[in-house]
Write a protein that binds this ligand. Sequence first.
Ligand code: WT7
Length: 647
Amino acid sequence: MSDTVVPVPPEVANGASIDAEKYEAMYKASIQDPVKFWDDHGRRLDWIRPYSTVRNVSYSYPDVQIEWFGDGTMNVAANCIDRHLENRAEQTAILFEPDDPEEEAQHISYAQLHAEVSKFANVLKTLGVRKGDRVVIYLPMIPAAAYAMLACARIGAIHSVVFAGFSPDALADRVNDCGAKLVITADHAPRGGRSTPLKTNADKALRRCGDDVKLLVVRRTGEQTTWVEGRDFHYETLAAIVEPECKPEEMNAEDPLFILYTSGSTGKPKGVVHTSAGYLVYASMTHEHVFDYRDGEVYWCTADVGWVTGHSYIVYGPLANGATTLMFEGVPTWPDASRFWQVVDKHKVSIFYTAPTALRALMGKGDQWITKCDLSTLRILGTVGEPINPEAWNWYHRVVGKGKCPIVDTWWQTETGGILISPLPGATPLKPGSATRPFFGVNPVVLDDQGNELEGEATGVLAIKDSWPGQMRTVWGDHARFVSTYFEMFKGYYFSGDGCRRDADGYYWITGRVDDVINVSGHRMGTAEVESALVAHEKVAEAAVVGYPHDIKGQGIYCYVTLMEGVEPTEALRKELSDWVRTEIGPIAKPDVIQWAPGLPKTRSGKIMRRILRKIAENDTGALGDTSTLADPAVVDDLVANSAHKQ
Ligand code: WT7
């Protein structure tokens, strides 16, 4: 990685909420006296009953406990909407840009947001949803997705948003795991000029769920769908008859706000639980400072609300700050590769936050798509989801930002609720490819394999020494899994699962996962999930899945498949298996490579040696390392000879 340093431009430092000096002072204070620091900053919210205890945290294994502002009460929706009505009623809260550029954009003011969310909340109540109940949201990127999330928050229900690209099976698993009694969907989801039949998917999913699960259907395209009387409800019909007012429920700071499923190295995706006040304090404070958000600016995060980025940086963080947040239903490359830049031009976007995979895809289409748009309103650029390679960084900086916009490379995770390591635009000189330095209150450490803290310049695994308010609190229904996943391997720390290097300036360079999690186009996936989908096919005996470097996606999905005795390995079967995984999990899990493996490299105790499979997938077969513990070393020769790189 390059070690170029890009200084803070004076015009950016000028008027920024945090400059270099302030960062150093505030950071130091936040680590030296976290109670005092967060006592002050917790007050950025409106409390119903103010807290008297700031934190109650123990990372001591196995009795891990994390509580922030524990005796305070508040309501998240009231903090994102009601408290802005006095000064911002007519300001745009959500700026909606539909998939089809011919369809008109919508400017939803804070007053309208208040009315929509109140109505939505009353519809939920009509359907019997109460405080603490779980509601699954399976919607396109439309304002109703934000209304539904905020309506849950308003009445104290716990939402779990499922990405609309997930399959019916993936949806059913999540509905069942969290015990939701209501699923909210839409007739169809338009995206990139095509349309996904969401209601039909939900119908399929609900066949695998309890009879008491209801389905609320929001109108998006107006297309006809099948209907189950007594189970399905039209949102618009109910919304027309409910009361317009809905008083926000008084919630405890530690009441769950949402569950979001994410992949781990083993087993099924786990339900990451985030609670109310600490999460909102952290999401809003990072949004304000990492993007140096200034009143009146249009802020655009291109993520989907189905991921944590959409939760924290499309909905909760920006709205808690009274910002104007742009919600985009489409994709970067439809109708053509200038779509992102047309939207920036049309809505005069100041802050733009996207994923490296999107940048790499657009970079390949040429600069002419950008230069024809007016991007002069852009002030700050951001990236998230995976390490950004220097070529993409430089292109983003030079062509999109015309050399004048700082790039905030933000490292964080579903589990962390908000950004943990990132430059602050007015404070931090940049190094392309580095997420740079920790946010206030975040104490990262680099550990060796034995869990010793390394000093100064170091390479190892990234862990966090103490809690921050946005941290996840548990795994839904499985606290033991929470403790063992994050706190068992390195006692006394939160273990991130990422490897990293800290350089002589104290900058962090994330090198990628050190576990069996892969990152495909910024989407996180457990190799175990793809493996279990493959072995669920009747012709597959065994499968092993690893990631390998992919130009656009960051990592691609490389599958080694052993077929059942007597099954012919044909091209047709390869396609069948690929489609199978796609329907089992969703399009994002579609394998890039399927290699037939007569055998897999195993130790004598039967453990698959993934290290070797990774090397073959990376085409790095000169350095396979020690293969002496293999039960049958000849297996490796066959895999090397027939790898995708040799075809
Ligand atoms: C994993 C978390 C946080 C929202 C999006 C992904 C990788 C994330 C960066 C970055 C290098 C990054 C890590 C992390 N990651 N941001 N700026 N530089 N790697 O959330 O699905 O929970 O995935 O994404 O490997 O552990 P997620």
